[in-house]
Design a protein around this ligand. Structure first.
Ligand SMILES: NC(=O)c1ccc[n+]([C@@H]2O[C@H](COP(=O)([O-])OP(=O)(O)OC[C@H]3O[C@@H](n4cnc5c(N)ncnc54)[C@H](OP(=O)(O)O)[C@@H]3O)[C@@H](O)[C@H]2O)c1
Length: 269
């Protein structure tokens, strides 16, 4: 049984804990005792008295605090290296924007995986990108893959792609939420009650994404299937083209990726 210890037991840690159905032993550490009490009661997990205990006992230690908390946590964990156990734990950081290089420098000798999950992991429909350093064994990587498969899909990437991944799948859910909101607004403006517009918009986005996935056709091919000449859809597409909506969405991804790059640089300097 693998002992998985969470350092920071907030929303993302709970999303993973709630879906894990592996032969594993889960424990968590958090500054909030109330939070820990809630998780223990709801998921029957073990509690660590502090971050050091989670680090000492976990075979896989998932770092799941906010970026501003990382400095404090690594300073607590670093003195533990070498004195806790013979086999070092595998560290999995889900903290956005913190490069492997920073963690490697602060916690030398530890095998580390940097993970970028996204908001739909909260409902088991996320996608997580994993970038590993060269101390991680194939077996360790597979275990971590299994953890994130519990909350969605998993994709392995080189770390140099992490900023782009952050811009697309990390920030992307917000762009899609905006799109859904806009579709709902359109439905309401066209005369529908909000509840009906919401139901139609949500299933339309879910259905369109599933169609891209299941047919293997490109979004462009599928768009052409829907937009027959002289029909209703082309009227809407004309507006989208004129307002450069596609370009704006692409630029949003690039802007988010660039911001991620700037944040990451702060941690390497
Ligand atoms: N949520 C997402 O969709 C998402 C997606 C991708 C990546 N991430 C990454 O996942 C990480 C966690 O995000 P989240 O949304 O789960 O945040 P969260 O809900 O705020 O969880 C963080 C938890 O860590 C606790 N904490 C703070 N300082 C600590 C310390 N020194 N030692 C132990 N625990 C400490 C916090 O307690 P207090 O609240 O009392 O401070 C909180 O319970 C972030 O770094 C974020 O970048 C999140």
């Amino acid at each position: 049984m693998t002992i998985i210890a969470f350092v920071g037991a907030g929303k993302m840690a709970e999303a993973i804990i709630s879906k894990l159905d592996l032969p594993s032993n889960i424990m968590a550490a958090d500054v909030s005792k109330r939070r820990l009490g809630y998780l223990k009661k709801k998921y029957k997990i073990g509690l660590a008295k502090d971050n050091q205990e989670a680090f000492a006992k976990g075979e896989i230690v998932v770092l799941a605090v906010k970026p501003q908390g990382v400095g404090v946590v690594v300073a607590e964990l670093a003195p533990q290296l070498g004195k806790t156990k013979q086999v070092l734990p595998l560290l999995v950081s889900i903290v956005a924007g913190i490069p492997l290089g920073y963690l490697r420098k602060k916690l030398p000798g530890l095998p580390i995986i940097r993970a970028m999950p996204n908001n739909p992991c909260l409902v088991g429909m996320g996608i997580t990108a994993l970038a590993k350093d060269n101390l991680v064994s194939g077996r360790q990587y597979k275990k971590v893959e299994a953890i994130f498969k519990a909350v969605g899909k998993v994709i392995g990437v080189p770390e140099k792609w992490m900023d782009a991944v952050t811009g697309l799948s990390g920030s992307g859910p917000a762009f899609v939420y905006e799109t859904i909101d806009a579709l709902i607004g359109g439905g309401v403006a066209a005369g529908l009650p909000r509840a009906i517009a919401t139901k139609l918009a949500v299933q339309t986005v879910l259905g369109a994404a599933t169609t891209v996935k299941k047919t293997g056709k490109s979004p462009k091919e599928l768009r052409e299937m829907v937009a027959s000449k002289g029909g209703t859809t082309v009227e809407g597409l004309k507006i989208i083209k004129k307002a450069r909506v596609k370009q704006a969405l692409s630029r949003a991804v690039v802007a988010a990726a660039n911001k991620s790059k700037i944040i990451s640089k702060k941690w390497t300097s």
